[in-house]
Design a protein around this ligand. Structure first.
Ligand code: PNS
Length: 162
């Protein structure tokens, strides 16, 4: 019997998009279980609090015993190690993602030699979607339905139409 494999899918998820959901769904075909790790200490300007980001992901995924959604603080590798994950899962959209991902993967391997970073190409329907663009479009009342899950579209609407 094979040992069950656990992967960590980390990100800012500010907010989660359909591109992220695509990676989670496909990640579950490769790994038995996933931890979706919401980073709290990101450099970027945040729209939603970590609690809100976690809640939107949970609302989108619903009950799934194979997926755990948690916020984490500090270094990714430390969190990965504390949870005993075999791999870090990251989605790649375009060449523009590559340089940063390459740096992070190497740095993370230096910091945590036993944890592999595994990349998946984001689905062709989603490769141009980013949380940053979603935030900007929603801010100016543009239509983001179709690129984000319904709970996210609703929360963005509430946020910018107060
Ligand atoms: O969704 P993002 O913003 O591309 O995700 C970036 C993330 C959260 C994976 C990255 O910022 C991260 O790992 N943050 C935790 C702090 C850390 O470990 N930094 C060193 C990375 S080499």
């Amino acid at each position: 019997m094979h040992e069950s494999t656990l992967a960590l899918y980390p990100g800012s998820f500010d907010p989660i998009t359909n591109g992220h959901i695509n990676i989670i769904e496909r990640g579950l075909k490769v790994f038995d279980r996933l931890i979706v790790g919401v980073a709290t200490n990101i450099r970027k300007q945040q729209l939603f609090s970590p609690e809100e980001r976690v809640m939107m992901i949970k609302e989108t995924i619903g009950t799934n015993s194979k997926v755990e959604v948690v916020a984490f603080d500090g270094l990714l590798v430390d969190f990965a190690r504390s949870r005993g994950v075999a791999a870090i899962l990251r989605g790649l959209r375009a060449v523009s993602d590559f340089e940063f991902e390459f740096q992070m993967a190497h740095m993370n391997r230096r910091l945590g030699p036993n944890i592999e970073t595994v990349f998946m190409m984001t689905g062709e329907d989603h490769f141009y979607v980013s949380s940053q663009l979603v935030r900007e479009i929603a801010r100016f009342q543009g239509d983001v339905s179709g690129v984000v899950p319904k709970p996210v579209a609703e929360r963005l609407h509430q946020h910018f139409n107060k």
